[in-house]
Design a protein around this ligand. Sequence first.
Ligand code: DGP
Length: 210
Amino acid sequence: MATEQEERGALIVFEGLDRSGKSTQAKRLVEKIINSGRMAVLQAFPDRQSPVGEMIDRYLRGEIDMDEHALHLLFSADRFLKKKMIKQHIAQGVDVVCDRYCYSGVSYSLAKGLPEEWVRVTDQGLPKPDIVLFFQVSPEVAAARGGFGNERLETAELQAKVGKIMPTLRDDAFWKSVNADGTPDAVEKEVFQLYKELDRSQPLEVLEKI
Ligand code: DGP
């Protein structure tokens, strides 16, 4: 009798603006996957607990200053340092759910005025997401969800720029828009429906262009 081939895990990325609800929904998805009998892990970027992420965290909280190019590379390095973990989990059938990925990296750095060609290459070679769930929230709903936090990049001006840039990175082959204006339960349902439609029949790919 032929042995049953185990399905690989999937790489699922949540992207969107601050206050779009993506962190809450990324956590909910992991719980829902686990409750449905699969294994899943959550990976937030930046990973503020890692040595590289700790430097980013200190910058974001205003404790240290940093050259913008160096900061961009640290964000990319933070993601590359998780490449092995992501690939191993996926090979073992574990889904990896990322709260932000390289699309935040490119959008924020472009919003700050770094050179486009350079910004777009530093994450090439990362595992390619099977799906990017792009959280779209209307300005009115975002405003009703409260003010920005106190961190360095949480200004209305920068967020507005990021909001214009991020949708331009869209790749219709694997980006899906999520209406993030809905109730948490409605958004959770929409996300899980998209999750269930994932195609795991091909091997995990490498991100060759952003
Ligand atoms: P979060 O922990 O999700 O609130 O993200 C921290 C802040 O860092 C947030 O303002 C967005 C920003 N950010 C996330 N990823 C990147 C990145 O790769 N590059 C840059 N420049 N900023 C990022």
